[in-house]
Each structure stands twice: as structure tokens, then as C-alpha cells.
Design a protein around this ligand. Structure first.
Ligand code: F6R
Length: 243
């Protein structure tokens, strides 16, 4: 596991963009796993800048997003579809056919989840997976529990996640209670993983993850300790309980 500590969020975002850019320049048809949330927004901004000013080319890149709220329309301002178009896709030259985001309103949930995993497999798996981390250690929406699922599935969001995500909604009551999320299988099969964490609110979980060296389903991010190619980029605040 490679740990990089940058001074602040802006430097963290640039570093993450450097790594993503390098992968795209090495393999123009990169299979890129993407996350939503506040953490990668700066990285997406920097990728957009590099696309517009430096010709970073997304034409052949395929993306798979980690998750989506369940029961929320695609065009809802808080849907992860909306988020991804708003923060990245509509500003770059990605082919819309190459964008994959879990459908928050599948007709047949079981079949849909299976097909999402099969689509990833058909592409040969994810080359580079971008991850954020929840304050409780969740990755994607794999929440702390006595068991974790391998495949894409429907999950109940924990109180802590609902509270953390309420900042994007008018009230906490509006935050969906369920989500569709990739499981640990596709994430752990990614050839490379890049986890980003910034700010004080992530210091505790980052300290636990990097100092305890314990793998537990109650800290889903701890499974990453078993992956052969993980890079973690932190800012000084999120690294403060690790250092
Ligand atoms: C989002 C996702 C989540 C977030 C996590 C951190 O697609 O998979 O696991 O990465 O909740 O969210 P932020 O970045 O808002 O702190």
C-alpha cells in the first residue's frame, strides 16, 4: 500500500489527477471505476481542466460508477447520475455509451445487479478504481456489518451515512435510505485502487485503517489492506491521526 500525504485538498486533487492521467495515457481504453461524493470533485475539476487545456482524451475510456441511491429518478439533482454528469461527464469527451452508473430504479433488482457485474467482467474488469471513504469505513455503500457482499446489491444506508449525506439535501428526511452499490468483489478485483480522503472528519477512520492493520467487515475499507496495488492520497488533516 502506497500512502501519499499532500499539504491540502488542492494538492491531493492534482496528485490524484496525475495518477488517472498517467493511466489514460498508458491505455486509452482504460476501464475506470468512479466514485461520487465531495472527495473526488477537485480531482474531476482538474481532469476537466486537463481535457480542455491539455487535450487529455476520454474518447475511448469506459467508466463504471460505484453506486446510486435507490428509487431516485435519474435526473434528480441529488442522484449520482446527475452528480456525475454535472461534475465530470458533460465537460469531457467521453462517449455516452461508455458510461455505466447503477440504475436506481431497476425493474428486476436481482437480474440488474447481476448484469452490472457481468458488464464489468465483459470489459475485463476495472483497471483503476477511484474510491472515497465513509467516516465509518464504508467504501462504495458497503457499510460496516457482520458480512460483506461480493456482488452489486441493494443495501440499507447506516444512520451515520444518512447523516453525512444530508448536507446535499434540504432535510435529512429526504435522504434515501437505500442504495444500489457495487460489492467488494468488483472493487477488490480492480487492478489498481486509488483511495482519496481529505479533511478532519476522515482522520479517525484513516488512523484506524493504517495503524491498526486489522481486517474487519466492521471496517469495509480494511479489506483494501489485502489488495496488492492500492494508493491512498491524504491531505494533512485526514492524515493527522495516522502520523
Ligand atoms: C460515493 C461512495 C461513497 C463515498 C463516501 C465518502 O460514490 O461510494 O463511499 O466515497 O461516502 O463521501 P465524501 O467524499 O462525500 O466524504
Amino acid at each position: 500500500m502506497k500512502i501519499i500525504i499532500e499539504k491540502n485538498y488542492s494538492d491531493l486533487s492534482k496528485k490524484a489527477a496525475d495518477i488517472i492521467e498517467k493511466e489514460i495515457r498508458n491505455k486509452s481504453d482504460l476501464i475506470l471505476g468512479l466514485a461520487t461524493g465531495s472527495t473526488p470533485v477537485g480531482t474531476y475539476k482538474e481532469l476537466i481542466r486537463r481535457h480542455k487545456e491539455e487535450g487529455l482524451d476520454f474518447a475511448k475510456v469506459t467508466t463504471f460508477n460505484l453506486d446510486e441511491y435507490l428509487g431516485i429518478p435519474h435526473d434528480h439533482i441529488n442522484s449520482y447520475h446527475y452528480f456525475m454528469y454535472d461534475n465530470l461527464f458533460k465537460h469531457i469527451n467521453i462517449d455516452e455509451d461508455n458510461i455505466n452508473i447503477p440504475n436506481g430504479n431497476p425493474e428486476n433488482v436481482e437480474e440488474y445487479c447481476k448484469s452490472y457485474d457481468e458488464d464489468i467482467e465483459k470489459q475485463g474488469g476495472i483497471d483503476l478504481q477511484i474510491l472515497g471513504i465513509g467516516e465509518n469505513g464504508h467504501i462504495a455503500f458497503n457499510e460496516p456489518d457482520d458480512k460483506l457482499y461480493l456482488g452489486t446489491h441493494i443495501t440499507d444506508l447506516t444512520e451515520s451515512t444518512i447523516r453525512a449525506n444530508a448536507r446535499f439535501f434540504d432535510s435529512i428526511e429526504e435522504v434515501p435510505k437505500k442504495a444500489i452499490t457495487m460489492g467488494l468483489g468488483s472493487i477488490m478485483k480492480a487492478k489498481k485502487i486509488l483511495l482519496l480522503a481529505n479533511g478532519k472528519s476522515k482522520a479517525n477512520i484513516i488512523g484506524k485503517l493504517l495503524k491498526d492493520e486489522v481486517v474487519s467487515t466492521y471496517n469495509p475499507a480494511s479489506l483494501l489492506l489485502l489488495h496488492p496495488d492500492v494508493t491512498i492520497i491524504l491531505d494533512e488533516e485526514s492524515a493527522s491521526e495516522y502520523l
